[in-house]
Design a protein around this ligand. Structure first.
Ligand SMILES: [Cu+2]
Length: 132
């Protein structure tokens, strides 16, 4: 066959090879890393310290009853952002409980001590994550 036709066939073959490689391996992104486990604890008891809650964040299951235990020397309270199930301001040895209902997706319940925090994201504040 003439040289020009041979070159045309060779060019088509090379183009096909390049096309195949561009859709094959090399363009597939790596799989995303698995999600990190939630930080904090998985406890139905939370210590009320001077001046922090521990653990926080705390993850519990639907229907769980969480007990707060006052272990610090100063008076504190647990005030929930949703206004439900808050405690009195009280001292060492006191306890307070809140029972959470059923949720269909992870739901955060933020709380704080109104004596030692002005908002639900800093100071003496915490969060309970209720999972389905
Ligand atoms: Cu406090």
């Amino acid at each position: 066959m003439p040289m020009s036709r041979w070159l045309t066939i060779a060019a088509i073959a090379m183009a096909a090879a390049c096309s195949n490689s561009s859709t094959g391996y090399g363009n597939t992104p790596p799989p995303p890393p698995p999600p990190a486990p939630p930080p904090g604890g998985h406890s139905t008891t939370i210590d009320v310290r001077d001046n922090s809650f521990n653990p926080t964040p705390d993850t519990v299951s639907s229907g769980a009853t969480v007990t707060f235990n006052w272990t610090g020397n100063n008076n504190h309270n647990v005030t929930f952002e949703d206004g439900i199930g808050s405690s009195a301001t009280q001292g060492n040895g006191s306890t307070h409980t809140r029972t959470f209902g059923t949720v269909t997706s992870n739901t955060s319940f933020r709380f704080r001590c109104t004596v030692h925090s002005t908002n639900f994201t800093s100071g003496m504040s915490g969060v309970i994550v209720v999972k389905p």
